[in-house]
Design a binder for this molecule. Structure first.
Ligand SMILES: [Zn+2]
Ligand SMILES: [Zn+2]
Length: 189
């Protein structure tokens, strides 16, 4: 944990692609680097994928968007600071941040393993600031340790499309063939 304050220049401000008005292009702005709160980690972003949900947010198709907003929820980066109480990660560790950024852990959905339906859930790049920036603060409970072997660009789509596909796959049990629809590859194949 860094407790000497933020003398380093890179801590003072960061570039972020922000949504300042619905249905308009993101603006590149200099904003303050977020402070990791209790239970959070600060991550230096290496790559952040673009999801169809980001476009829905930009187009005003999801309710109650608080502007200005940094979208992006397929984040790969390295931890550079630990908030108080975080013991499961270390500085420098490669991690990923998905769409689901917080749940209450006490409602009936959370208690029955359906935390994705939590009424008090927070979502990265929607109700929490996201990853189209140099740094992002994320709740450590919703941060995944990732391999240092793959590139950040290879790993980023796993944080949303990959998670959804994997979750569906685990629910198929003994199915011999499964089909996953509407997963798009944006890289040339
Ligand atoms: Zn997504
Ligand atoms: Zn809940």
């Amino acid at each position: 944990m860094l407790d000497q304050g933020r003398a380093e220049e890179f801590y003072e401000s960061m570039r972020a692609a922000m949504l300042t008005e619905l249905k308009t292009p993101l603006e590149l702005r200099d904003v303050e680097v977020p402070l990791p709160g209790p239970g959070e980690v600060l991550i230096r972003v290496e790559a952040c994928g673009v999801c169809r949900t980001d476009l829905h947010i930009v187009d005003g198709e999801l309710p109650a968007v608080q502007l200005p907003l940094i979208p992006g929820h397929q984040i790969v980066g390295r931890i550079i600071e630990l908030g108080s109480g975080v013991t499961e990660f270390v500085i420098g560790q490669r991690v990923g941040v998905p769409w689901l950024g917080f749940t209450c852990q006490s409602c009936r959905f959370c208690k029955s393993g359906l935390e994705n339906l939590c009424d008090r859930a927070e979502f990265t790049g929607y109700t929490r600031q996201g990853g189209f920036a140099e740094f992002v603060a994320a709740n450590a409970r919703y941060v995944f340790p990732l391999s240092a072997e793959k590139t950040a660009v290879e790993l980023a789509p796993l944080l949303c499309a990959g998670l959804i596909g994997y979750r569906a796959f685990t629910k198929t049990q003994n199915a011999e063939r499964i089909g996953i629809f509407r997963v798009l590859a944006l890289q040339p194949i």
